[in-house]
Design a protein around this ligand. Structure first.
Ligand code: MLT
Length: 250
């Protein structure tokens, strides 16, 4: 990206207005767990992910698609929604479970961040799993970039900010310019402070504590902290997320 373009970070779904992402390149961060799950699903062969804002929208879409080929997926407040095929643990999204399927995906914050950013020129899904491919994609951009941290019901989630900071740090080559946007500076600084100890910092985050109570183990959290395990780049077009094929860089 050129120095003329702005790079900003928003801290939760509720802290920005739709106009602030319009015509920009938007990156969605929801490390625990929505964007980690979407990246895993696409890497394991899901044909597409259709993000929805609520259960009503999920049911309407389910009625209009091929019933043999879709799965209803997602959570409310971290818990699998009754009657859905899958919850929001990325570990459920094995190729046996989802290969070739269309996933109608409904989560508490992550899919709402996506839906609120539909006016973006381009929208990609980031997790630690596909960090490098997201950074490579953004480096080529000649327009403003916004990283949207999904957070939790309007509050900041440290893990989303750490991923945003990792992306900013890489794009800026480890040097933050004084004219940068405040959001980018905050994310960069948090990553500089905690980035070397990612998993233990995330294990102590608010949403990790919530998940530990709900699922009684930390497997999802450790999994979501794995870095650069895939080169898939889920990208949203006309409301549907599919993989943008990217060649491996040397
Ligand atoms: C969300 O969208 O808020 C999350 O992904 C919640 C979760 O951990 O399931």
């Amino acid at each position: 990206m050129s120095d003329l373009n702005q790079l900003d970070v928003f801290f939760s779904v509720q802290t920005f207005h739709e106009d602030q992402v319009r015509d920009k390149t938007v990156v969605i961060s929801d490390v625990l767990r929505a964007t980690s799950t979407i990246v895993t699903a696409i890497a394991n062969g899901a044909e597409k992910v259709i993000p929805v804002g609520d259960m009503g929208e999920a049911s309407r879409i389910a009625q209009s698609v091929d019933s043999d080929n879709y799965l209803l997926c997602g959570e409310k407040d971290g818990i699998k929604i009754e009657g859905y095929n899958l919850g929001n643990s990325p570990l459920e999204y094995t190729s046996e479970a989802i290969k070739g399927k269309s996933l109608i995906f409904n989560t508490t914050n992550g899919t709402k961040a996506i839906k609120k950013s539909l006016g973006a020129d381009e929208l990609v899904i980031a997790s630690f799993h596909n960090l490098d491919v997201v950074v490579d994609f953004l480096r080529e951009k000649e327009r403003d970039i916004v990283i949207v941290c999904s957070g939790w019901k309007g509050r900041l989630s440290l893990e989303d900010l750490l991923l945003a900071g990792n992306i900013v740090y890489n794009l800026k080559g480890g040097v933050m310019n004084p004219e940068a946007r405040d959001g980018a500076k905050v994310a960069f600084t948090i990553y500089e402070k905690f980035g070397n100890d990612l998993e233990s910092v995330i294990l102590n985050s608010n949403h990790a504590s919530r998940l530990k109570e709900l699922v009684m183990d930390t497997q999802d959290i450790s999994y979501c902290c794995q870095i650069n395990t895939t080169r898939v780049l889920p990208i949203l077009k006309e409301g549907i997320i599919t993989n943008r094929h990217v060649e491996k860089t040397q």
